[in-house]
Design a protein around this ligand. Structure first.
Ligand code: GLC
Length: 472
């Protein structure tokens, strides 16, 4: 099979969230199963020079953006044997940052249109174009509107993956003809609740819609989770799938990870984790107490990550003797709160506001437990990374957290879970983890068990391939 994987971000080139991890690792896993999978993404100004210099210029062409005709440079790169196409237009992409500009609708209209135009210039005829999130949601829309009469495009199937239904790409209807270049007669494809909704268009026009865990695929049929798209999804369940993400087990490998203090494997996990913990405590200004359970938290400091629960009860948890290592940035409310708590309890809370990949790896490796009480979580990667580093996840049962973590009180448990969105229920799970931490022998066993969980792409890549096959 031949798959073109379209994403607005992909590692190692650029990342703002979990999509980049997926776009940087799933294509490799598909390739490992002997299918051709290539990736296409924008050539952002923020891509580091050394990566930019590894690219090869292929050609350039022009892309229609409504009545405009815009330059597009085509570059290619190679990541672990997977070909990446990077599309260049300095006006759209040479900026500080990758999203959040006044003209994002036009920037990703250009990108989506350019993906389709590019097929005239590359020696690769995809059978499937796999799009991700609103930034590439217009690909199936344009394909069906403008390209189907051309032999090369006639049989291409499209898959659209929702990584987070909250971000839909909603814009004013006045952009329809002038920016998106979509004729008035086709306006109903994108029109939704008084605006244009890119994600809605893709849900309607793709051959298959998927999301990043089976539980989230069910949750988004419910108005509580769907951010108003349930009435698009419920009647289209016949083409909706949930496939759990994996992680890149080469990048996240405690045996080789150059970012952690000291590498370790299953056989020397106890010693290795103790060293990483002591070093992490020192780096984050915490007392080096081996007997205090150290709970890591890494991620965006936003409400849907469940931080209102943490805010409500952190002081009480601190009074139970735990230490916390917190890394993230986001809403001012939470940044301010964590700064306040950090100042008040410097012996118990280590805090770095920002995003520093090295420190994230150190927290995964050096913590005893990892807290992720998300209100909703399409998949979540941190809980899987934690397992790999022998750090026991404490998660709320939602989305991919529910699909990847089972409570140690149940059969095949690998972490701690709580169901209702309630601060005391969360603390109950943390305390149960704390209880196990007090039982050295049982704890060591749970750590080894966590490290043995399969969080690779192997199984899920098979499910994607299965889904593609059914379309052909
Ligand atoms: C989004 C989701 C996250 C998921 C990631 C990759 O960032 O919020 O849950 O793990 O996409 O699919």
């Amino acid at each position: 099979m031949r798959i073109l994987y379209a994403a607005s971000e992909a590692l190692p080139y650029i990342a703002s969230g979990g999509l980049a991890d997926v776009a940087g690792s799933l294509p490799k896993a598909i390739r490992d199963k002997k299918h051709a999978c290539r990736v296409v993404m924008p050539l952002y100004g923020d891509i580091k020079d050394e990566l930019r210099q590894s690219l090869r210029f292929v050609t350039s062409f022009y892309v229609p953006v409504a009545w405009r005709s815009q330059y597009c440079g085509l570059y290619e790169g190679n990541v672990g044997g997977v070909k990446y196409y990077l599309l260049d237009n300095e006006y759209y992409f040479r900026r500080k940052g990758i999203y959040g500009f006044y003209d994002d609708a036009e920037r990703f209209t250009f990108f989506s249109r350019a993906i389709l135009e590019m097929l005239h210039y590359i020696p690769f005829d995809p059978q499937i174009i796999h799009c991700n999130d609103w930034q590439t949601a217009l690909v199936p829309v344009y394909l069906n509107l403008f390209y189907r009469n051309d032999e090369r495009y006639r049989d291409i199937k499209t898959v659209f993956t929702i990584h987070n239904i909250q971000y839909q790409g909603k814009y004013g209807t006045e952009l329809l003809t002038e920016v998106l270049g979509i004729p008035e007669y086709a306006s109903s494809i994108l029109q939704y609740d008084d605006c244009l909704n890119f994600m809605k268009g893709a849900i309607d026009q793709s051959d298959m819609v998927s999301t990043v865990s089976p539980t989230y695929a069910r949750e988004i049929l419910d108005p509580w989770f769907s951010h108003k798209l349930d009435r698009m999804l419920v009647p289209r369940q016949y083409k909706l799938r949930g496939i759990l993400n994996g992680i890149d087990t080469n990048v996240y490998n405690p045996q080789t990870d150059p970012m952690i203090y000291e590498t370790f494997g299953i056989s020397d996990a106890k010693k290795g984790k103790a060293k990483n913990k002591a070093a992490l405590q020192a780096e984050m200004g915490l007392p080096q107490a081996p007997d205090r359970m150290l709970v890591g938290m890494v991620g965006r400091l936003v409400a849907h990550k469940g931080l209102d629960l943490v805010k409500y009860i952190l002081e009480e948890m601190i009074s139970h003797g735990y230490q916390f290592a917190i890394l993230g940035s986001g809403d001012k409310e939470f940044e301010d709160f964590f700064r306040y708590i950090h100042d008040k309890y410097p012996q118990s809370v280590g805090l770095t506001v920002g995003f520093i990949p090295q420190l994230a790896h150190k927290i995964y490796a050096g913590s005893d437990a990892f807290l992720m009480p998300s209100k909703s979580e399409p998949c979540g990667l941190a809980q899987m990374i934690s397992l790999r580093y022998g750090t026991l996840p404490i998660v709320r049962k939602t989305g991919g957290l529910q699909d990847s973590i089972r409570d140690l009180g149940e059969e095949n448990g690998n972490g701690f879970t709580f169901a209702s969105y309630n601060a005391h229920d969360m603390m109950g799970a943390v305390d149960r983890c704390g209880g196990l931490f007090g039982n050295q022998e049982a704890w060591d066993k749970a750590v080894v068990n966590a490290m043995q969980c399969d969080v690779s792409w192997a199984k899920s890549a098979e499910e994607y391939i299965d889904m593609y096959k059914k379309l052909l």
